[in-house]
Design a protein around this ligand. Structure first.
Ligand code: C2E
Ligand code: MG
Ligand code: MG
Ligand code: MG
Length: 284
């Protein structure tokens, strides 16, 4: 009967939810340990210019080397950290570590490109500008050496003071990039209100280039819009030479993706800078 069926379903879901909750709690407590045990690390993925082929920046991406489970993806632990609020501690660790590394590279006489750090919406409170100023001052890092990546959810669902916090950060000399662009709900009119200097086209629209008509149309629209707004445009997740050629012809400024390099440990990124590694354009 219906009732029995419902009951079975209920038991099934509650067991599944129970498992999820347990998994959540486990990840949360292990993440706390990870901070203490220094199991976290930043990897760096180069951004390259589609004009010169040179490295013009990098994105810092969090990695968790779990002693038993091995490498745990941020796709798994960031959502848990967001839910539990642990993202604030993780976020502070990331800022601290990125500044320490930038300073170390500078002391090593490496010609540095700006390092972009991902910020969670929860880090975006009124004290963020002060926290940024503090961490930069302690490490002797200039605002031009960093960049902040934020997501559309912050623009749409964020508090009223989001714009004023952004303005404060920009006034300090920090550039803001809008990550995963096209997956959220921001419109052209919306974007104009925020002091954002860079748009990152989400990987989901890059995948189908140049064969999927819809992806081509979306990429073209985003690039055109960004040019109107005088914003730099970065394509995420570029894996093939065909994608690169298409984006280059559109007038996209920069590319980030496995085609050039996956995210790599700090020393490997420094090595690429030293060697002057460049993107090879296919001759077409
Ligand atoms: P994201 O900021 O959009 O970062 C880009 C993601 O795409 C990275 O995944 C990167 O490894 C991946 N990627 C880059 N190029 C390619 C490619 O050519 N092909 C494919 N298949 N993937 C590519 P990752 O490192 O797993 O990070 C996932 C997400 O976790 C990030 O997406 C970001 O939202 C979040 N995240 C990572 N580190 C941090 C952090 O320090 N703080 C916060 N708040 N979030 C972070
Ligand atoms: Mg990002
Ligand atoms: Mg992204
Ligand atoms: Mg993305």
């Amino acid at each position: 009967s219906k009732a029995v069926h419902g009951e079975v379903e209920f038991l099934f879901y509650s067991e599944e939810m129970n498992q999820r909750a347990k998994e959540h709690l486990r990840i949360e407590s292990e993440l706390r340990q990870a901070l203490v045990n220094k199991e976290l690390q930043l990897y760096y993925q180069p951004k390259v210019s589609l004009r010169s082929g040179r490295i013009v920046g990098a994105e810092a991406l969090l990695r968790w080397k779990h002693p038993v489970r091995g490498m745990v993806s941020p796709g798994v632990f960031i959502p848990v950290a967001e839910e539990t609020g642990l993202i604030l501690e993780l976020g502070n660790w990331v800022l601290e570590e990125a500044c320490r590394q930038v300073r170390a590279w500078q002391d090593d006489n490496l010609i540095m490109t700006p390092i972009a750090v991902n910020l969670s919406a929860r880090q975006f409170d009124a004290r963020l500008p002060e926290r940024m100023a503090d961490v930069m001052r302690r490490h002797g890092v200039l605002p031009e050496q960093l960049m902040l990546e934020i997501t559309e959810s912050l623009l749409v669902g964020g508090a009223d003071n989001v714009i004023s916090i952004m303005n404060e950060l920009v006034a300090m000399g920090l550039a803001l990039a809008l990550d995963d662009f096209g997956t959220g709900y921001s419109s052209l009119a919306y974007l104009k209100k925020f002091p954002i200097s860079t748009l990152k086209i989400d990987r989901s629209f890059v995948i189908g280039l140049p064969y999927e008509e819809n992806d081509c149309a979306i990429a073209r629209a985003i690039v055109t819009m960004a040019q109107q707004l005088r914003q730099e445009i970065v394509a995420e997740g570029v894996e093939t030479a065909e994608q690169m050629s298409f984006l280059r012809e559109l007038g996209c400024d920069q590319l980030q993706g496995y085609l050039f390099s996956p995210p790599v440990p700090a020393d490997d990124f420094a090595q690429m800078l030293r060697e002057g590694k460049r993107l090879a354009f296919s001759s077409r």
